[in-house]
Write a new protein. Structure first.
Lengths: 459, 245
């Protein structure tokens, strides 16, 4: 029986995205512009490639000693007065957060950007328990109002045009119909979010870096929304994947220089906020989440994927991502990095993602921590087929291909017959059944193969 | 110097003129070239689809055909890279290693091994180079735009030796064309869109010909150009370097 998934596959979703070519062009050009900004910033640092190598090695060290660094972090965080929680998976994470919120008796609270909470589907979980989460990152708030998941880890609403945002704000925030002025809309969002910030007694944030030697966390934003939430609330809950650890504070000098340059082409994020101790009479909770990370750590060929600092550079450079949109990846983290992380979370559901690539290798070479993304895509393909998630039709065609290609005489005959058919009955291949022919002409079929020519002229 | 000519399956079947130009060029440059009959495919279409475990037969055939040459040369960056990265045969590992270390894509063989400094070729047209990804990012035939590193390009170095040829600049120097092996049919929509965008970049900058080191990418671009009834044509780099128009 064919494996079935809960959602449509990447190719099908990408096909739908491509029905509106002008929009694809706009999406592609918008993200290419970000890639170009990244290039400019990278070239402004002569030591760029050394920085990438250094970052990659620091993370290599972290992954090799994760157990010790996590305990060191926990110890220091506790000394700072924080409460540390350990969550084995998404379910535990969500339950820990729910318990903390119930203790505080809140029904509404603010959250700054956290791809981890997206990965754990925290918002819908809390909604089921009657708690409303207000995402305070502007892009995230926009997709939240649109009842959509983020389509990009750094630029959550990059798939939305300003006019569509104007319409959303008109419906949800009461801005005048037809007003799509970004400045005006941002001001409206600011007023709306300010009310939420002031009322919220609990704030959830993500974590970009957690420093083992000090027990502090660094959260990077451009909008200051993490700070606003955490400073106004009585309780700050910081949720982080266990791979976010860095050994020492001085290592921030490497990662903070790489992160924003790679992500958006800025020298640094507007806010790089260090959270160390809870304020007087306040609480700081840190939730350390595994959710498949230690399993990935145990997969030698895929371990390096845990070096990711979630900059999104691989998405901006990916020619497939730019032309298929983040939602076609049906996973919290889209694009090339998502395609090597997702099969670890659910191989059956995400078996299509490693194939949504031409293996062009651009991703691996923009990656600030030098993850060999395209090589891992290739390796996931092998694993997925070995584990039995290839379609029967694909299996059959590959076995047929193997049969022909390992028998030179069969190859020669099949090639000759095939070309003869193409010359005399082109309709056999030039038809709607052939996906090549849909928008491309077939190559001309010559009478003679190279082998035939060589035999006649050179032997 | 004994050179084994590896002509990938789809070139053998659909673009014999590329094989002929490659052979002619290598012979003009003084190489003793042999094309072993009975060769088929490097196995990449299966391997990239997740079926690397089925490529044992192709690997054995490849080693059988090419173990006895000083160098193996192929007019394809992608197939060359596949052999370099993945050719292993259990009981013939020495021969496989020799092949992996001595297989060259045509233009790097010309610039690095033969160290060609001039060519007697003439091609008085405006030409755009399509940098195929596996040749560029895999074999390092040219510098990629992702890295902060000094630019170079082996194909460009060779094309600049051709009389009358004018190279055009592109807005996106090294974006993938979307061929991607079986990607071109399994992800048809994105594949075609990527190809259309590449073609448009070359057309916008006045290319009369698009050239490159991989016929697979060029076949994809040609399919799109022909469907659009464009005047722009594709030629493999061997055809231009061997040209005496």
């Amino acid at each position: 029986m064919e494996p079935t998934t809960a959602h449509k596959e990447h190719a099908e979703l990408a096909d739908v995205f491509n029905k509106d070519e002008a929009r694809v062009d706009w999406h592609d050009e918008t993200l290419w512009w970000v890639r170009q900004k990244r290039d400019k910033m990278a070239w402004s640092l002569p030591e760029w490639e050394d920085l990438r190598e250094t970052a990659s090695r620091i993370k290599f060290n972290v992954l090799g000693n994760l157990h010790d660094y996590l305990l060191e972090f926990e110890r220091n965080a506790q000394l700072n007065g924080a409460t540390v929680h350990w969550a084995a998976d998404a379910k535990e994470h969500n339950e820990i957060v729910l318990k903390l919120l119930k203790e505080q008796g809140v029904q509404r609270m603010v959250k700054s950007k956290s791809m981890l909470t997206e990965e754990c589907h925290l918002n819908p979980f809390l909604a089921e328990h009657g708690i409303e989460v207000i995402d305070t990152d502007l892009g995230e708030r926009i997709v939240q109002l649109a009842k959509e998941p983020p389509s990009h880890i750094v630029l959550p609403c990059i798939h939305k045009k300003k006019e569509e945002i104007g319409d959303l704000f008109h419906i949800h925030l009461g801005t005048p119909a037809g007003n799509a002025d970004p400045k005006f809309l941002t001001a409206a969002a600011r007023l709306h979010l300010r009310k939420e910030f002031i009322q919220s007694r609990v704030a959830i944030t993500g974590v970009n870096f957690a420093v083992a030697e000090t027990g502090e966390m660094v959260v990077c934003t451009n909008e200051g929304n993490a700070d606003m939430g955490a400073h106004l609330a009585d309780v700050h809950i910081a949720c982080m994947g266990i791979e976010k650890i860095i050994p020492q504070r001085r290592h921030l000098g490497v990662f903070l220089r790489l992160l924003a340059r790679s992500a958006t082409g800025q020298p640094i994020t507007t806010y790089s906020s260090h959270f160390r101790k809870p304020g007087a009479g306040r609480q700081l909770h840190i939730v350390l989440v595994d959710n498949g990370r230690s399993r990935q750590l145990g997969r030698e060929e895929f371990r390096n994927s845990l070096k990711c600092i979630r900059c999104g550079a691989c998405m901006n450079t990916c020619p497939v991502y730019r032309r298929s949109g983040g939602h076609s990846y049906h996973n919290a983290v889209a694009g090339p990095i998502g395609a090597i992380l997702a099969p670890n979370l659910d191989m059956k559901e995400n078996a299509d993602l490693p194939f949504a690539s031409t293996l062009c290798g651009s991703c691996s070479n923009v990656c600030p921590v030098k993850i060999n993304i395209h090589e891992q895509l290739y390796k996931w393909r092998q694993v997925i087929v070995q584990e039995g998630y290839a379609k029967t039709s694909k299996k059959a065609s590959m076995q047929m291909m193997n049969m022909v290609l390992t028998r030179p005489a069969v190859f020669k005959t099949a090639g000759g017959v095939g070309r003869w058919v193409m010359r005399h009955f082109p309709g056999v291949v030039n038809n709607g059944m052939n996906p090549w022919y849909k928008q491309r002409e077939m190559p001309e079929a010559p009478k003679e193969s190279f082998a035939d020519w060589y035999k006649k002229n050179k032997q | 110097m004994k050179v084994g000519l590896f002509i990938p399956c789809y070139i053998d079947q659909f673009y014999p003129q590329v094989g002929i130009a490659t052979l002619s060029l290598l012979e003009k440059l003084g190489c003793e070239v042999v094309y072993p009959q009975g060769q088929t495919c490097c196995g990449q279409p299966m391997a990239n689809s997740g079926f690397e475990h089925l490529t044992g037969g192709c690997n054995e055939l490849f080693v059988k055909n090419f173990a006895d040459f000083d160098y193996i040369v192929s007019p394809s960056g992608s197939c060359t890279l596949h052999i370099k990265d993945h050719l292993h045969v259990h009981d013939k590992e020495d021969a496989a290693t020799h092949i992996r270390q001595h297989i060259y894509e045509l233009s790097e063989f010309l610039t690095d091994v033969l160290q060609v400094k001039h060519l007697s070729a003439r091609f008085p047209y405006k030409v755009g180079i399509h940098q195929s990804c596996h040749g560029q990012r895999g074999l390092h035939l040219s510098q990629m735009t992702e890295l902060v590193a000094a630019p170079y390009s082996k194909p460009q170095q060779l094309l600049q030796m051709v009389e009358g040829l004018e190279l055009i600049e592109l807005s996106r120097k090294d974006e993938c064309c979307g061929f991607g092996g079986t990607f071109c049919v399994f992800e048809e929509a994105v594949s075609v869109k990527m190809g259309k965008d590449r073609v448009a970049d070359h057309e916008k900058h006045g290319a009369e010909y698009i050239t490159g080191n991989d016929v697979s990418c060029l076949m994809h671009l040609e399919g799109i150009l022909k469907r659009q009834q464009s005047k722009v044509k594709v030629l493999h780099i061997a055809e231009i370097l061997n040209a005496a128009f």
